[in-house]
Design a protein around this ligand. Sequence first.
Ligand SMILES: O=c1[nH]cnc2c1ncn2[C@@H]1O[C@H](CO)[C@@H](O)[C@H]1O
Ligand SMILES: [Zn+2]
Length: 354
Amino acid sequence: MPTPLSPEALRRAPKVVLHDHLDGGLRPQTVIELAESSGHQGLPTTDPVELGNWFRDNANSGSLVRYLEGFAHTCGVMQDEAALVRVASEAAQDLAADGVVYAEIRYAPELFTEKGLSLEQAVEAVQEGFRQGEAASGNRIKVGTLLCAMRQNDGWQRIADLVVKYRDQGVVGFDIAGPELGFPADRELPAFEYLREQNAHFTIHAGEADGPESIWRAVQHCGAERLGHGVRIAEDIKDDQVGHLAAYVRDRRIALEMCPTSNIQTGAVASLAEHPIKRLADLGFRVTVNTDNRLMSDCSMSGEFGVVVDQFGFGWDDLHRFTVDAADALFLPLDERKALIENVINPGYADLKA
Ligand SMILES: O=c1[nH]cnc2c1ncn2[C@@H]1O[C@H](CO)[C@@H](O)[C@H]1O
Ligand SMILES: [Zn+2]
């Protein structure tokens, strides 16, 4: 008899998250304590439950630009090394407690330099925090880091340089985040050309607040190996007639880092029922389930699994497939991906299905 898909069983299932923002996943209590110790002003409340609700309600706007406003408070309290170590360590521990066995966590170092930290100091503090968090979780989780440049800011090359500089210390790739509409991914094409010359990896947020043309720029101009969200690739599919761009994304096995709750909050999809994850999975796309921002979306990996299970009737076979596909899309060497799948993921799902 397969184990029922209860919240507890979904927590126990081994999970891989490809898309989780460090500055979108703080514990409300940590935001409050760090605001107090750093002198950060303007939190709407100092009650942790109310603060959690405030972030969620603020993110429930239907607009990516509004959704991003809440990050002023999280980044506001992440301006010194001790805060970065703490937030990174807690992120690793919280994901591990939810049954995540491998996480790629991303953030933009340039957002942590308001009080004088250098980009390098920020990166090194976060790496220290991830190592501490892994150890505190009994090494049940491994964390790889993605460094983001902000689309609306110039100087993506500086961040690409950091990705290459720290590639042997746990930084596994690059991304661009922030407002998609009006800031195309090929705006600073040389940064991506440089990363390709360096044999470095990158994903790109695309197809969230803008349509297929934005995805096309990310894939065909920049060379994105994965897509952050990518939900609006569905606009290139009419009555199951798969357009050329969508076919390319599917046939190249470009992973779609989908984030169901966040996708509704930002208006990338009108409702959960209209989320294309099942349609795309049925058509053979490499779809994955992710959190995006655990604080702003008041969500977790096991919770997002529950959301798509309830809406689309997915079973253990589907969740197993999404997890293997996510593991295969990690910016990790082949042997490590294979070991993760064979030694951790497959046995975990075999138990649940038995
Ligand atoms: O879904 C998203 N789309 C685009 N940008 C995002 C999303 N979630 C967070 N960020 C942005 O990424 C920065 C670095 O972590 C965050 O500060 C936020 O501005
Ligand atoms: Zn994101």
